[in-house]
Design a protein around this ligand. Structure first.
Ligand code: DX5
Ligand code: ZN
Length: 224
């Protein structure tokens, strides 16, 4: 398998919504590759965030790909609206549905990249049968719901096993990690085989948020 370049996806969950356009411009200037949008419904996770209106607003601020992470039950109810609003990729949780394959193929039929996410307690077995149906596998490195949580160390071994699963399945899917990604955790994730890194708190709470994106890339490539 070819080693993919590092991609940083700032999560706007930690952005200042009073100046979202400036925050997104800052991400682009800092070298962000994607913008990560966390959709929460107050049911799958104990927090409520945003929907199609915000995806549409992000779309009008940037031409960067928009990586939408759905932490919701019945995710299929939102696919069409989110695709129309400008989502490039839609990632659904394996725990949120019993019809994972159907929903992943629905996402692709809308012209979006199909992603599947798994919580820290969820086995990789839950995605083993859908490796042909995904463009992205998201290994959660915190329990979803909030930004700014501590990275769960046992995730490293899971990322390594996820990498192996994708390679053995001859899948070209991206391997994304989300939660507690920062300068001190990103290199281990990269070494374990992740290529796409979501970061919220590490970027938006940094003293120089724009420069932090480059710092994360440097840390992941052992240049820091
Ligand atoms: C957590 C979200 C994350 C979150 C990451 O439920 O899925 O995308 O914004 O935030 P940090 O990087 O602060 O852990
Ligand atoms: Zn997320």
């Amino acid at each position: 398998m070819t080693v993919k370049p590092i991609r940083i996806a700032p999560s706007i969950l930690s952005a200042d919504f009073a100046c979202l356009r400036d925050e997104i411009d800052m991400c682009r200037q800092g070298g962000a590759d994607w913008i990560h949008v966390d959709v929460m419904d107050g049911q799958f996770v104990p927090n409520l965030t945003f929907g199609a209106k915000v995806i549409d607003a992000v779309k009008r601020c940037t031409d960067l790909p928009i990586d939408v992470h759905l932490m919701v039950i019945h995710p299929e109810s939102y696919f069409e609206d989110f695709a129309r609003a400008g989502a490039t990729g839609l990632t659904i949780h394996a725990e949120a549905t019993v019809h994972l394959q159907r929903h992943l193929s629905h996402i692709r039929s809308l012209g979006c990249r199909a992603g599947v996410a798994i919580n820290p307690a969820t086995s990789l077995d839950s995605v083993r049968e859908v490796t042909d149906d995904i463009d992205l596998l998201l290994v959660m490195t915190v329990n979803p719901g909030f930004g700014g949580q501590a990275f769960i160390p046992a995730s490293i071994d899971k990322i390594r096993r996820a990498r192996r699963l994708l390679d053995e399945s001859r899948s070209d899917a991206d391997l994304e990690v989300d939660g507690g990604v920062a300068r001190d955790t990103i290199l281990q994730c990269r070494r374990a085989g992740a290529d796409t890194f979501v970061a919220g708190n590490a970027i938006f709470s940094a003293s120089r948020p724009s420069a932090e994106i480059g710092e994360l890339k440097a840390a992941a490539t052992e240049l820091a």
